[in-house]
Ligand binder design. Structure first.
Ligand code: SIN
Ligand code: FE2
Length: 215
């Protein structure tokens, strides 16, 4: 099946990727354009930056955060922090519309009452990637992760509970919302190097928002 990536007829519907992993195709499309302005406000307070892994590798995706907590990595390790280490200030507040969409998408995937306190914002330019990893720095893994994709498409790798497990490749398009929790919560996942392209609204980049209940 082929998709026209940028047409109004972006694929819609629900795809099941695991017992508690659901892809809601195009679910954020109605809001996506208005979120550009919100992103700019966040970026003005807490700019995108390339963080370093504890092993000293510069991450190819640039990152910022909003919400009560933000995820950071440096030589001391991976963790959540109430302040942005770049500014010394609290992270920008999470826009109400984002919190609401994350809660509602989680509900559609079977998780009632999801109130994220952290939103990680990753920016990928062509060539940027995210290596296979688990999201496990959150306190309570009974809450899901809700991911919203904006801009250029990407290939999401969805593996198993072991790093060496076989991965499935799932294309993620502008407006797609992916929820994983429950038995799928600690599955390894990553993003293959972003292909060149130009999105009519977001330009030559992909933005991914992941909402978590971290604290
Ligand atoms: C992440 O795993 O934190 C980001 C995933 C994505 O960019 O879709
Ligand atoms: Fe992740």
């Amino acid at each position: 099946m082929t998709f026209d990536l940028f047409a109004d007829d972006t694929p819609q519907g629900r795809e099941t990727l695991g017992p508690s992993a659901v892809l809601l195709r195009g679910h954020a499309l109605p809001q996506a354009e208005s979120w550009l302005a919100l992103l700019e406000q966040i970026e003005a307070r807490s700019p995108f930056r390339h963080m370093y892994t504890p092993g000293g590798y510069r991450m190819s995706a640039a990152m910022t955060c909003c919400g009560e907590l933000g995820w950071i990595t440096d030589r001391r390790g991976y963790r959540y922090s109430a302040t942005d280490p770049l500014t010394g200030q609290p992270w920008p507040p999470m826009p109400d519309a984002w919190r609401a969409l994350a809660g509602e998408a989680a509900q559609q995937a079977g998780f009632q009452g999801f109130e994220p306190d952290a939103c990680l914002i990753n920016r990928y330019v062509p060539g940027a990637k995210m290596s296979l990893h688990q999201d496990k720095d959150e306190r309570d893994h009974s809450w899901p992760v809700v991911s919203v994709s904006l801009g250029l498409p990407a290939v999401f790798q969805f593996g198993g509970l072991q790093r060496t497990d076989k991965t499935q490749r799932v294309p993620l398009f502008h407006g797609d919302v992916l929820v994983w929790g429950g038995a799928d919560r600690l599955r390894f996942h990553g993003i293959l190097p972003l292909a060149e392209g130009e999105h009519p609204r977001f330009g030559a980049q992909r933005i991914n928002l992941t909402f978590r209940k971290a604290g």
